[in-house]
Design a protein around this ligand. Structure first.
Ligand code: ADP
Ligand code: MG
Length: 766
């Protein structure tokens, strides 16, 4: 039975609609957990259910009683007081900050509702209080006052108090979020106890692990709407919606993909091992050829003497702060500390984005610099390094600065360090400098998406990410990413077919923005499907390939059935493919499956037709720059579906839209269901504007030539800033780095010295 029914609920504060036509039910005995970013409307829903806020549209029905009597001329009329009182008795509320009466003892805090609301005698009320306190393991505190209790104890009292009138439903709004971490456990424990007793509960929490354990069902809210609903297994372990994934990423380290099939996992790990082996060999070779200053005091001294000293000093400090994407709290603290010590105005948001401002006395022109604080954490297999606590060891290696077998984090720590050096500088006194530090650039881009730039005065932002010496990035691609799926159906009568396994490994892969132009990299998913297409009359049994939507796949695996006499033809096709790509593995093996079950002909053909006809790689170029490209990124199975992820990058939206028409036809033809998609916005290609000209003048003053304007297929954070700042001018500048995102990441010191001078010159002449 549904004990809570929320029907088409909408709620406005002033004119801001914060709950937008939400409906859900709670069954008796059920524990419902509401997840969602702060501001998404979770508290408001609880407050509406508790009748602490009036609703604007819809209805709430508690234990069969309707809060709303009727609607008159678009206005809701609440039910009679008697009914509302009865409803109130059915609901208990636990608040984040306890709300205990400070002037009453623990026991009295619990007794007050039974006495005043249920008209119980003092003795009866005391009996209730004692029982509940015993249950909360707090009987010994009954005569104390709230001020002498720990946060965890206070919250347990508050839970006891909400139970005192024995309500049908208990609502809890972030019951542990104002507690010190060590006190969270004791409160979660008593809540779990209540869940076991089959109390009906609606809990808002950010404790994901707890939510997973305690919830029968989870609702994920975003921006006043329910975007996802299901069991913990579904919402937490296998979130479907991008927003849910992003949210969860901030709280737990989600596996890139969680697969239900054990065999798949096994094979994947084996594959991963093989990939790692390759990296290792690669790295060993490069290292053998180099003389390295080990991280002794000598190297340290060398580091101290490198110009620009201030930048290097900040970079060293940053290198001791773990800052994997999604884990930017510590670097945020460091930045805040930096600002506080220097008395600089700063802003921090819930994502740990930071903005720091250095105001000039004369308050003249303003310019902003931007960098991201997170870094990719990759290491060699033979290196012991814990990215959650160890410092990155810096090594001077000729002209290069690199790390000791790990990523260096110059992407984008050197940008952060440069901005700090500018903010810290005594020079350029008549210019306002604004530093923008964003999070999760390497994963969700949520920092750039969510940062509030209304605090900024400047409409000119120089990003110090993704630069190249002598060049200025003036345009980046718009990127569309999709995940689509086909529901599985099976075929069982494959008597005269034989099972085969087609395996592609060791392809180069790479970034789908940066490396798509290199046709020697190949796309194993496309190649494998090509073979199946030409073979004809096959039945796919299992299929998987690729890793992430923005990565060119390195591998592909397909198990399928075909008539045995076709084997020679397949081998011919494989041979041809192998001739074109270097050092790759392409193999076909006969399987020994007796259980001849595979996807139906229709499903098989739809998978093959879609991937075969998908236009992959570079579609358009201008001069040498790619301006339209596509990546067939992943094919993965879950219990019920074959999921396919792919993307399109375009610097020219008209061209893109012409292409999208073709893509949509293909999707329709093969009846794919799109389950999510996202748009990462590009930066328009600007021929010139004030900022580009400023940068160019500075460069020309120093080096006597123009900066080369570049457009890239990669996505930059500035794409997200466009909507936030009127007349935004955005460029990227920076020193040369090599092999970023790999343990071989290196920063050219001389390049840093030259590009740093450009920044100084920009401020001098601005
Ligand atoms: P959550 O619990 O998910 O953090 P809330 O329900 O507290 O979110 O808030 C949802 C939105 O409503 C937010 O944008 C918040 O600023 C706004 N809001 C909440 N309470 C009020 C109020 N009393 N007056 C105006 N706006 C409010
Ligand atoms: Mg809240």
């Amino acid at each position: 039975m549904n004990i809570v029914e929320v029907k088409n609920l909408s709620k406005k504060y002033n004119n801001l609609e914060v709950i937008k036509d939400i409906s859900f039910n709670v069954e008796e005995g059920e524990t419902l957990v509401i997840l969602g970013a702060s501001g998404s409307g979770k508290s408001t829903i609880l407050r509406c259910i508790n009748n602490l806020e009036k609703i604007d549209k819809g209805n709430i029905i508690i234990n069969g009683r309707s809060m709303i009597k009727e609607e008159k001329k678009g206005k809701l009329i609440y039910n009679d007081k008697e009914i509302l009182n009865k409803i109130n008795l059915d609901i208990g509320m636990v608040f984040q900050d306890f709300n205990l009466f400070p002037h009453l003892s623990v026991k009295e805090n619990i007794m007050i509702a039974p006495i005043k609301i249920l008209n119980k005698s003092k003795e009866e009320a005391e009996k209730i209080a004692n029982e509940l306190l015993k249950k909360m393991d707090l009987l010994d505190k009954k005569d104390e006052y709230p001020c002498s209790l720990s946060g965890g104890q206070k919250q347990r009292v508050s839970i006891a108090r909400s139970l005192a009138i024995n309500p049908k439903i208990i609502c809890m709004d972030e019951p542990t979020s104002s507690l010190d971490p060590e006190l969270v456990g004791e409160v979660l424990k008593v809540i779990k106890k209540l869940a076991k007793e089959k109390r009906t509960m609606i809990i808002v929490t950010h404790e994901i692990k707890f939510a997973e354990e305690v919830a029968d069902r989870i609702i994920f809210m975003d921006n006043g709407k329910i975007v996802e609903e299901g069991s913990p297994e579904e919402v937490i372990k296998n979130p479907r919606e991008k927003r849910t994934k992003e949210f969860l990423k901030r709280y737990i380290d989600l596996e890139p993909e969680i697969v239900t099939k054990k065999r798949y996992i096994k094979r994947k790990t084996k594959r991963e091992k093989e990939n790692k082996m390759e990296d290792k060999i690669d790295n060993e070779n490069t290292i053998k050829n180099k003389k390295i200053n080990e991280v002794g005091s000598e190297s340290q001294r060398e580091l101290d003497n490198i110009e620009p000293k201030e930048v290097i000093r900040f970079f060293r400090e940053i290198s001791s702060i773990p800052r994997k994407s999604g884990n930017e709290e510590k670097i945020k603290d460091y930045l805040v500390d930096f600002a506080q010590k220097r008395n600089l105005e700063y802003f921090v948001d819930e994502y740990f984005n930071v903005i720091i401002k250095r105001k000039s006395e004369e308050n003249k022109k303003t310019i902003a610099f931007q960098a991201h604080t997170d870094m990719i954490c990759e290491k060699r297999d033979d290196i012991e390094h814990d990215f959650s606590k160890d410092s990155i060891k810096l090594i001077v290696d000729g002209d290069y600065l690199r790390a000791d077998g790990t990523t260096l984090g110059a992407d984008n720590g050197i940008g952060v360090a440069q901005i700090l050096a500018l903010l810290n500088s005594d020079e350029f006194k008549n210019i306002n400098i604004e530093g923008i530090f964003t999070v999760q650039e390497e994963t969700t881009m949520i920092g750039a998406k969510e940062i509030d730039l209304s605090k900024l005065e400047s409409n000119k932002i120089i990003s110090l990410d993704g630069g190249k010496e002598g060049k200025i990035l003036v345009g980046s691609a718009n990127c569309l990413e999709w995940s689509a799926r086909i529901k599985k159906e099976y075929e069982y009568n494959l008597g005269d077919y034989t099972e085969f396994k087609l395996i592609y490994k060791n392809f180069k892969g790479g970034h789908s923005g940066g490396n798509i132009d290199d046709e020697k990299r190949g796309n194993p998913i496309k190649l494998g499907i090509d073979i199946l297409k030409q073979t004809e009359d096959v039945y796919i049994k299992e299929i998987s390939g690729g890793s992430r939507v923005n990565v060119i796949p390195r591998d592909f695996y397909v198990e399928f059935f075909m008539k045995k006499e076709k084997l020679n033809k397949v081998k011919e096709l494989i041979k041809k493919q192998k001739e074109f790509y270097e050092n790759v593995i392409i193999e076909i093996e006969e399987g020994n499956e007796v259980n001849k079950k595979a996807f139906s002909k229709d499903i098989t053909n739809r998978i093959i037709d879609f991937i075969y006809n998908y236009e992959n790689g570079v579609l358009e170029k201008v001069n040498k720059a790619v301006i339209l490209s596509c990546n067939m990124a992943t094919v993965k199975e879950d219990e019920d579906y074959i999921n396919i992820e792919y993307s399109t990058r375009a610097n020219d939206l008209n061209l893109r839209d012409i292409y999208l028409k073709r893509l949509n036809k293909l999707i329709e033809k093969n009846n794919l269901e799109i389950i999510w998609s996202q748009e990462l916005k590009g930066v328009n290609q600007e021929i010139d504007n004030e900022l580009i000209n400023l940068c160019n003048r500075a460069y020309k003053n120093l080096y006597g030539k123009d900066l080369e304007k570049m457009i890239r297929q990669a996505v930059v954070e500035g794409g997200f800033f466009k909507d936030k700042i009127k007349d935004l001018e955005y460029v990227c500048l920076g020193p040369d780095t090599e092999d970023v995102h790999s343990p071989n990441e290196r920063l050219s010191i001389s390049s840093l010295q030259r590009t740093w001078k450009v920044l100084e010159e920009i401020l001098k002449i601005y």
